[in-house]
Every structure is written in C-alpha cells, then in structure tokens.
Design a protein around this ligand. Sequence first.
Ligand code: ATP
Length: 366
Amino acid sequence: MAEKDTAYLSLRNINKIYPNGFHAVHNFNLDVKKGEFIVFVGPSGCGKSTTLRMIAGLENISKGDMLINGNLANEKGPREREIAMVFQSYALYPHMSVYDNLAFGLTLQGVDEDVIEQRVMKTAKILGLTDYLDRKPRALSGGQRQRVAVGRAIIRKVGIFLMDEPLSNLDAKQRVTMRSEITQIHRETGATTIYVTHDQTEAMTMADRIVVMKEGYIQQIGTPYDLYFNPVNTFVASFIGEPPMNLIKTVIRDGKLSIGKNVLDLKEAVKKDVLDKYNGHEVFFGFRPEAVALIPDSSVPSFTLNCDVELTELLGDSANIYINIDGEQAILKIDPHQMPDSDKLEFYLPAKSMYLFDSETTLSIL
Ligand code: ATP
C-alpha cells in the first residue's frame, strides 16, 4: 500500500468517561491519512474538544486504542506524541517578542541558534509576520496574534497538528481571511491536521473530510460534498448548509405525499420498494433552500409547490424568502433578481434535490 493511503492516526473505539461518570465520547472510530485536513464539527458539548484533547494526550482515553503510524500511543505523554496544538486562547508569552514566542519551543529542545533563526524566518514569511518579529503580543491585532499561535505550532515540524476553535476570538472578516490562510499553510506544510469548530462554514471550506458529532456520537464522516449532498440523517442535513435544509413532516400514501394542498407524486423519483415499505409512514420531506427554481425548466423533472411569502431578506448575492406552505414554514434562497412581487409564489423543486428521512430513526431513506 502506498504510504499516503495508510492511516497515520487511527482512533479505534475511543471512549471518554469523565471521573464524574459522564460519558462524553462514545465509540469514536476514525482513520486519518498522512497530510489530511480533518475537521470535527458539531454543536457545543458534542465532545469535539474532548476527542481532540485525548489525541493530544491532555485527557486520558477511557476505552479504545489510538495508534500513531501504527504504534499504540494511548500511554505516551503529550510530548512523545509528536503533536502540536493551537488553542482557542492563543497562549502566547506576553513578555516575549514574536521572534522569541516562535523560537521558544525549539530553544527548549536545544535546537542550534542558526537553525532556529532559519525556521523562525521561514515561518514568519509563510505567516506574513516578518515585519512584526520585534513586537510583543499586546502590540498585535487579534489576527496577528492568531498567526503567531499557528506559527508556534508549525515551526516544530510535528506529525500531527491539532487546532481547537482557533478562529473563535476573531471578528467575522478576520475569520474569513485566517480560514484561507490556514488552508494555504496546510497546503504548504502538508501537515496532518485535525481542526475543531462548531462553524459549519469553516468545516465545509477547509476540510478534506468532516466528522459531524452530536452528543458524543459520530453522526457521519465524509467529504464536504458527501455531507452536503448525501446526509445520512436529519441532524447532518440541517447542520450542514446555511440556511439549513427545510424538513417538513408528512406521510407517504400510495406513492404520493402531501404538504397542505400540494400533492407530490413520487413514483418517478423514488424506487417502488421504498414507496411500498413506507406506505402510510411518517417521513421528513427535505429540500435545501438553494435547490429550488422560480422559473420552470421542463428539461428537469421537478415538483411544483405553492406557498405564501411571509418575509423577504435581500442579502446582496442572494435573497432569503421565508415562506408558508399551508402551515409549514420553510426558506427559499433565490437569485436576488427574482424577488417575488406578490405574496403568493409558485416554485419548482428538482426531483433529484428532494430528500426523505424516516421520521422515527431520522435516517435517510433514499
Ligand atoms: P464546545 O464547542 O462548547 O467546546 P465540545 O463539543 O468541544 O463543546 P466538550 O468540551 O468535548 O464539547 O465536552 C463534551 C461534554 O463533556 C460536555 O457535555 C461537557 O460538559 C462534558 N465535560 C467536559 N469536560 C468535563 C469534565 N472535566 N468532567 C465532566 N464532564 C466534562
């Protein structure tokens, strides 16, 4: 097997039970390839940081195995794991210059001054910090401090690079800039990275693969494309994508489903065995706000739905239309040039953009 195809980090049935008995992470399984950029995403409290801290060696693993390069690492201390971590709080040394903050880890390791200087200069160049090397952290902007924190981690040339919500202290504009900078640094260094965030946009834009978590359980692991187009359950469907996927509870009957007066014939779009199995069952009918069209296109098999417009929001590059389909609330995201001029609206949903989920298990049934 080629080296790049082998797992560099393997997490096998990892569990975390805190001393107070709280089971924060359940049977977490993941193989990370060398050089991959993995993002753990999920709402607050889902166990992202706990998992990251177990990988870093800052929390012990209650059950399960962690392998780095094929070697069991459960009992190794944080330093032996060849891992660097960037925290939400940048944890810079306030009395040291940017140069010394960057150099500190290498100095501790007893690396030659010449080599340290070379690496500091190279890291500063990658991060655009060359002009700030003499400054103390207090004389830097939030974004610059964040870059120093990232620099302190990448300068060490470790095997795995862990980041816990590193952009959460930045304003919205700085976050967008740093997002692309971190992606760029990852491209340049090729370091295997695990990045924790609760922000699905960060996950979608940065990750090779995303791990979606909820209440200590992995919900789905996949590329941003997989998660967006093929969510396994309603949680992933509504967590990934902004605005979230519309989910409307209804019943499949005789190959059709109804949303108020709108009747959608599913026979062309859904396999007969699925329609038979779910006949008389409650399902969630799902569609993404941006998947609809306001102008019919006869070349695309589509469902037609009628609704009332409750509110419109012009965002510039798009517009959100808050609608009511016979009592069911939903959002459409449309081209701003197609703003409806009446409070009644007909829209078209391509059949391939429809999702159906079992209302009990919440799992996708298509
Ligand atoms: P956030 O985005 O808010 O940081 P998270 O997904 O990173 O959330 P964790 O910090 O991993 O979540 O916490 C997971 C769960 O474990 C939470 O319910 C939290 O309250 C609990 N927890 C964290 N630390 C401890 C601890 N030391 N003892 C007991 N429970 C803990």
